[in-house]
Design a protein. Structure first.
Ligand SMILES: [Mg+2]
Length: 395
């Protein structure tokens, strides 16, 4: 077993080490430099069973470490420590729990041996074989299968409506890829996207999805419907040379105006490759294509990074919207994201609006647009007009 203590105060590390040793704990490591700690955590992830993390540190702070732990899929026990008031500690541990980390407890300094004895009891009681990291891909499909699906045109799209909080009118639709598999039926992207990326198929995949989405848009336009069309693109697409030209060609082919298209990029991925993505993002934006930062709250963007990237919209991740009304940590993240977006002049989509409470809360904090089961589930494009008639009848 390895225990890691991350605290910028060497005295705290020394004291905790002595106290833990007196309780029979061996293999204790301390780290005063938080960015060096991040590297150590990434390198020894599976060996670390217990991690103490101070919240206030210069440079990389405790909250950033918590986010990294979640991204890495850390499965050991976590103890948050702080000299600050209990409220900050509580909301930090709520955040860590939302991110599915095993938070044993949150301790206010000074820490006593009795506190640590309690930590060890909780650690021993922690269920082993806890669920794997949430984003572990299910590798049930091979690159060859996906390549074949692309050739055969088996990749289709479903449309999920987005409506305005202010007057409930239809603003846009997110086009979600589905694989109409000859044996397995409708296969969702989380079951094959990782494989498609690994096989270098994302350019072809995104082009198929874009084509299907724009065909749907042209069909709706013939009925007088012109919702904003949101299509997810991957980081692979953004750093490939041909994206801008491909998007323009497809728009021209169906006669959909560039300003009716929004491309969504996942926050965590774009921030890892900020420099590489920037010029493509700028060129897309110059052509009046909307750019949306997707799953916001799951990465760790700073206001400065966001300001440097030419986004027009921000989508708050479902994890910080659904249930936010009765969960202070989610609520805090939701409203903090809102303030950030306002400062940057971005329009804000709340994802995961699944019930009346989510709707009321996201509306209250000032989100512009709602997406989620409370509005509608994703549907085949041809069903959208009928759904809209029903929806408008209820308005
Ligand atoms: Mg999306």
């Amino acid at each position: 077993m390895t225990t890691l203590i991350v605290d910028d105060d060497p005295f705290v590390i020394k004291l905790l080490t002595r106290q833990l040793t007196s309780l029979g704990v061996t293999g204790i490591d301390g780290q005063t430099d938080s960015s060096a700690a991040l590297t150590a955590i990434a390198d020894h992830l599976s060996a670390i069973t217990l991690l103490f993390c101070d919240l206030q540190m210069p440079g990389v702070d405790g909250i950033e470490i918590v986010r990294h732990l979640a991204t890495l899929g850390y499965r050991g026990g976590l103890v948050l420590i702080s000299g600050e008031d209990a409220r900050i500690l509580n909301s930090a541990s709520e955040l860590a729990r939302v991110l599915k980390l095993n938070v044993l407890t949150a301790l206010q300094k000074p820490i006593t041996v009795a506190h640590l004895a309690d930590v060890l009891t909780r650690l021993a009681a922690m269920p082993t074989g806890t669920p794997p990291a949430p984003r572990a891909p299910r590798r049930s499909y091979q690159g060859d299968d996906i390549a074949q699906a692309l050739t055969r045109g088996d990749i289709i799209v479903h449309a999920q409506p987005q409506v305005s909080f202010a007057d409930r009118h239809l603003v846009g639709v997110e086009m979600l890829a589905r694989w109409l598999h000859p044996q397995d039926g409708l296969v969702f992207p989380d079951q094959f996207i990782a494989e498609a990326e690994a096989a270098g198929l994302m350019d072809g995949f995104t082009q198929s999805v874009l084509q299907a989405s724009l065909r749907a848009a042209a069909g709706w336009a013939a009925l007088g419907l012109h919702p904003q069309i949101s299509v997810n693109i991957s980081m692979d697409n953004l750093i490939s040379i041909g994206l801008v030209a491909m998007v323009e060609t497809e728009l021209n082919r169906v006669g959909v105006p560039a300003s009716q298209l929004t491309l969504e990029v996942t926050e965590s991925r774009v921030m890892q490759n900020e420099a590489a993505a920037l010029d493509v993002l700028l060129r897309l934006r110059l052509k009046r294509i909307g750019l949306s930062i997707d799953d916001f709250g799951t990465g760790h963007s700073s206001l400065a990074q966001l300001r440097d990237l030419p986004f027009s919209e921000l989508k708050i991740d479902r994890g910080f919207v659904h249930g936010a009304s009765h969960d202070p940590a989610r609520g805090a993240l939701c409203s903090a994201s809102m303030r950030m977006a306002r400062e940057l002049g971005l329009s804000v989509v709340a994802e995961g609006v699944e019930d009346q409470n989510d709707w009321d809360y996201a509306r209250l904090v000032g989100c512009d647009i709602a997406q989620g089961y409370f509005v509608a589930r994703p549907m085949p494009p041809e069903k959208l007009p009928a759904w809209l008639t029903d929806w408008n009848a209820q308005r």
